[in-house]
Design a protein around this ligand. Sequence first.
Ligand SMILES: Nc1nc2c(ncn2[C@@H]2O[C@H](COP(=O)(O)OP(=O)(O)OP(=O)(O)O)[C@@H](O)[C@H]2O)c(=O)[nH]1
Ligand SMILES: [Zn+2]
Length: 205
Amino acid sequence: MQLKHVAQANLPTAWGCFTIVGFEEIATGKDHAALVFGDISGDAPVLTRIHSECLTGDALFSLRCDCGFQLEAALKQIAKEGRGILIYHRQEGRNIGLLNKIRAYALQDKGFDTVEANEQLGFAADERDFTLCADILTLLGVSQIRLLTNNPEKIKVLEQSGIKILQRVPLEVGENPNNEHYLETKVNKMGHLLHLHHGNCNCNH
Ligand SMILES: Nc1nc2c(ncn2[C@@H]2O[C@H](COP(=O)(O)OP(=O)(O)OP(=O)(O)O)[C@@H](O)[C@H]2O)c(=O)[nH]1
Ligand SMILES: [Zn+2]
């Protein structure tokens, strides 16, 4: 177990009242959070979203990615279902951190794609560790889920970590002219399961 439970409290939102549960990585002190809705006990698989931190998309209204749209859609869907978990996984920029993500964006402004930009900076395309999310589910007493994702890698790592995924629930929202190339790269180079609609891009790539 890489984390410990620290504290929890009510978190009213526009879509209903969640419980926010705070966790700390034992080795580093780094914090993560889960938003829990309804009664997640029992054997029925729990609708779960693993949301990776994206300051620009989650809080600053960026259209470069689909994160903010996915965050809102996932919370709405969980509240509508009456039961579920959103893990707010604090590995910004696929775990290269905010400043390196801004460096990567600068390279993308010059024509590199999201994978090439990470590689130029000396990182793998995706540096995230989803085993922490399996530990959060274990601390919440959940072992069977339906996962909201388009990323097969999340499914693979969670299953290897002992979480049973009974269904993949697609989460396809937020496509816009600014993130079309970015989403295409996720499909073509990172194996994401997205169906794109191809509008006109107004960027310079
Ligand atoms: N390094 C880097 N990170 C990015 C970039 N754009 C978005 N991110 C980060 O990517 C993470 C979200 O991952 P995505 O690949 O969009 O989606 P996912 O979580 O793997 O898959 P889904 O479950 O289908 O949403 C967040 O941490 C973002 O900050 C980028 O161009 N470069
Ligand atoms: Zn984002």
